[in-house]
Ligand binder design. Structure first.
Ligand code: NAD
Length: 335
């Protein structure tokens, strides 16, 4: 009998390609798993579901508590609400955790990047509360609640303690958004002072913080942000270590966890078998640690680092010419 039951959402665009690759690597590493494969996104509608986020998919994640998810497409400027935002809100996956760490074999401007973005996932400007007040005038509501700000702050300090991290920097814009970002800061300060005074704490206005990050990321450790800033800063941090193809992501709530890459469905390269599956494979490694399969996680990490160092089977984003399948085969051969 399979030891783990995991919901698998292949996703849209390059999603099916990178999720097949990840599934193959996890199984080749010995994961005993029953996959509950269900759709979300445009592919759900294509498969005959009446909704981009079918109730069956939500219910399966609620029941099995762990989900591996490929990227899904969201129409720009029109159409349905982002499936990602819906998933995070409906499952209350309030904390996005996105580690960005230099890979020895992937040469970038810096050798020593080791940051984690912790992003509030349920509110801010992602509340979807937009309206046309009068023709030509639109408002978009930024929501900050004490409950969510306290919850994400406590999560970040607890994460720092568990992962033996030293410092948390809150990136904010409370000089302009004095009340909403002000509340975020008040909550982070309170958790620091009252519950985790041993972890260093720092605050930086996000524009200046972004400049400092690209000048010297080693000055930072954990970056704690509200929703939109975390979205933007995650991609910035990805750029510091080699791009979206090499950074994993995870979303945690009190009842479930969902693992997905930071990147999107990359429609420009979808269906060509050239996407880098590593970001989702790395997200799979985070998932293995979450389900206490640490030895398997370490084995996969060693395998992909060897493939990266040999440099023969890299995908185009890492200046190679291998296909998604060839890169995946090379990792499996090292397991
Ligand atoms: P994107 O991340 O899909 O692509 C940005 C660029 O990076 C593209 O040039 C793409 O080819 C490249 N890229 C991304 N992943 C790659 C990979 N694994 N290997 C090689 N190259 C890769 O961002 P976008 O183009 O802004 O968004 C496309 C769609 O994805 C949109 O509908 C957006 O809403 C959605 N999206 C989904 C998620 C998610 O499901 N978590 C996250 C971000 C964007």
């Amino acid at each position: 009998m399979a030891k783990h039951t995991i919901v698998l959402i292949p996703g849209d665009g390059i999603g099916p390609e990178v999720s097949t690759a990840t599934r193959r690597v996890l199984e080749a590493a010995g994961l005993s798993v029953e996959w509950v494969e269900l759709p979300a996104g445009a592919s759900a509608v294509e498969q005959g579901f009446d909704n981009v986020l079918p109730q069956r998919t939500l219910a399966a994640i609620q029941a099995h508590k762990v989900c591996l998810k490929g990227p899904v497409t969201t129409p720009i400027g029109k159409g349905f609400t982002s499936v990602n935002v819906q998933l995070r809100k409906k499952l209350n996956l309030y904390a996005a955790v996105r580690p960005t760490k230099s890979l020895e074999a992937v040469k970038t401007r810096f050798d020593n990047v080791d940051n984690v973005v912790i992003r509030e996932n349920t509110e801010g400007l992602y509340s979807g509360l937009e309206q046309e007040v009068v023709p030509g005038v639109i408002t978009s509501l930024k929501v900050a609640t004490e409950v969510a700000c306290m919850r994400i702050s406590r999560f970040a300090f607890r994460y720092a303690t568990r992962m033996q991290r030293k410092k948390i920097t809150v990136l904010h814009k409370a000089n302009i958004m004095k009340m909403s970002d002000g509340l975020f800061l008040t909550c982070a300060r309170r958790i620091h002072e009252e519950e985790y005074p041993n972890i260093q704490y720092d605050e930086m206005i996000i524009d200046a913080g972004s400049m400092r990050l690209v000048q010297d990321p080693s000055k930072f450790d954990i970056l704690l942000t509200e929703n939109l800033y975390g979205d933007v800063i995650s991609d910035l941090c990805a750029g510091l270590v080699g791009g979206l193809g090499v950074v994993p992501g995870s979303n945690f709530g009190d009842d479930a966890a969902m693992f997905e890459a930071v990147h999107g469905s990359a429609p420009d390269i979808a269906g060509k078998n050239i996407a880098n599956p590593l970001a989702l494979i790395m997200s799979g490694v985070l998932m293995l640690r979450h389900i206490h399969e640490d030895a398997m996680a370490a084995k996969i990490e060693t395998a992909y680092k060897q493939v990266l160092s040999e440099g023969k089977s890299l995908t185009a984003d890492l200046k190679g010419s291998a296909t998604t399948t060839q890169f995946t085969d090379a990792i499996i051969a090292k397991l």
